[in-house]
Ligand binder design. Structure first.
Ligand SMILES: Nc1nc2c(c(=O)[nH]1)N[C@H]1C(S)=C(S)[C@@H](COP(=O)(O)O)O[C@H]1N2
Ligand SMILES: [Mo]
Length: 345
């Protein structure tokens, strides 16, 4: 394998991830360590060698247009704290993988469907409806929702129930800080979220074979939603979210399986009783409401004891042990004191 020097890399091949790493000044010795190195990142190598083995669709911020104010806000985000649960020293998953290996069934069920089918996704205008048990329901513009909040970088592990995982540098803020603004009442025991329904833009919503009853929905218990780790993500890698990752705003609940982290949110609903969530609705015996990452509770069809840390290849399977609550047990385990986590999966 020929490793080119950086000088030879055409600027078109410098990935957002490369720019990010330069900016953060932690471009490690990944180039030099490339041959047989354990810290080798396939897509970084791909960008630097053109190695066809790992070729994927070109990664970009797929969007019809990007609101300037949001781009500026994402770029101005404060750095993640050096240590603690809002950061990790694990290797970041390259931007190319984060933005081309996706689950976003509205754009198709294949992992590369969202990156391909969401290219012209429009987030202007964007409205979020706030409903249910709160003092300030209403229809809010994206600016109303996001402008009051300071954006921070938060580097979290994302563990899909399918047993793959990534490490993603999100841009965002705590969900609780947003929810407080709507003044939930004493009857707000849960909060539910809906994804956009727009069959013009989301091809799988026009499919006669779609099994999901749109909108995609998710929910959290109120104390989970108010936990500081529960995050509204508005970007990743210093920029706004690519459409395929849930632009313009999505949930990121790092201690739960990825399906809880609902994308492209258009409704927030405070409820008294446990709300519907899409995957439980589809197959309640396999997917629950809580969906806490738990290596001891197997999915009926596979073990959850370990995971593939992307990017992987034949030569680099990168299988690692899955951690209780995805490694966030110190922060969140107390939310579930006295609960049987086998029963409430
Ligand atoms: N609206 C919507 N949100 C969604 C999904 C989806 O299909 N539709 N997939 C979920 C699943 S299963 C995972 S693992 C994560 C993946 O997020 P990512 O593609 O940004 O990595 O999004 C979650 N949010
Ligand atoms: Mo997932």
């Amino acid at each position: 394998m020929i490793i080119k020097t950086r000088k030879e890399i055409p600027s078109s091949e410098i990935t957002p991830e490369a720019v990010y790493r330069d900016r953060r000044k932690f471009l490690k010795s990944s180039l030099a360590a490339g041959i047989g190195g354990t810290g080798l990142l396939s897509s970084t190598l791909n960008a630097q060698t053109g190695d066809a083995l790992f070729a994927r669709a070109p990664a970009d911020i797929n969007l019809a247009s990007k609101p300037d104010w949001l781009v500026e806000k994402a770029a101005a985000r404060t750095d993640a704290p050096a240590s603690g649960p809002f950061n990790t020293d694990e290797e970041l998953t390259p931007f190319d993988d984060v933005s081309t290996y996706n689950n976003f069934y509205e754009f198709g069920t294949g992992k590369d469907d969202p990156a391909r089918n969401a290219r012209d996704f429009s987030i202007e205008p964007w409205t979020v409806k706030v409903e249910g048990e709160c003092a300030k329901p209403g229809s809010y513009s994206l600016e109303d929702i996001l402008k009051p909040h300071t954006f921070e970088e938060r580097v979290f592990r994302l563990r899909c129930v399918e047993a793959w995982s990534m490490v993603i540098p999100w841009v965002g803020f705590s969900l609780g800080d947003l929810l407080k603004r709507f003044e939930p009442t004493g009857d707000a025991n849960y909060v539910q979220f809906d994804t956009l329904v727009d069959s013009e833009q989301m091809p799988a919503q026009r499919s006669r074979f779609a099994t999901i009853d749109w909108p995609y929905q998710e929910g959290l218990r109120m104390d989970e939603a108010m936990h500081p780790l529960a995050t509204i993500a508005t970007g990743l890698y210093n920029d706004i979210l690519p459409a395929q990752n849930g632009a313009p705003l999505r949930l990121v609940v790092p201690w739960k399986y990825g399906f809880k982290s609902i994308k492209s949110i258009v409704a927030i609903r405070f409820t008294k009783t446990m709300p519907n969530n899409t995957w439980r609705d589809l197959q309640a015996s396999e997917y629950g409401f809580y969906a806490n990452v738990n290596p001891q509770v197997s999915h009926p069809r596979w073990s959850q004891a370990s995971e593939r840390r992307l990017p992987t290849s034949l030569f680099m399977p990168r299988r690692i042990d899955t951690m209780m609550f995805n490694g966030y047990a110190d922060e969140v385990a107390s939310l579930y004191d006295g609960m049987d986590l086998r029963r409430f999966y």
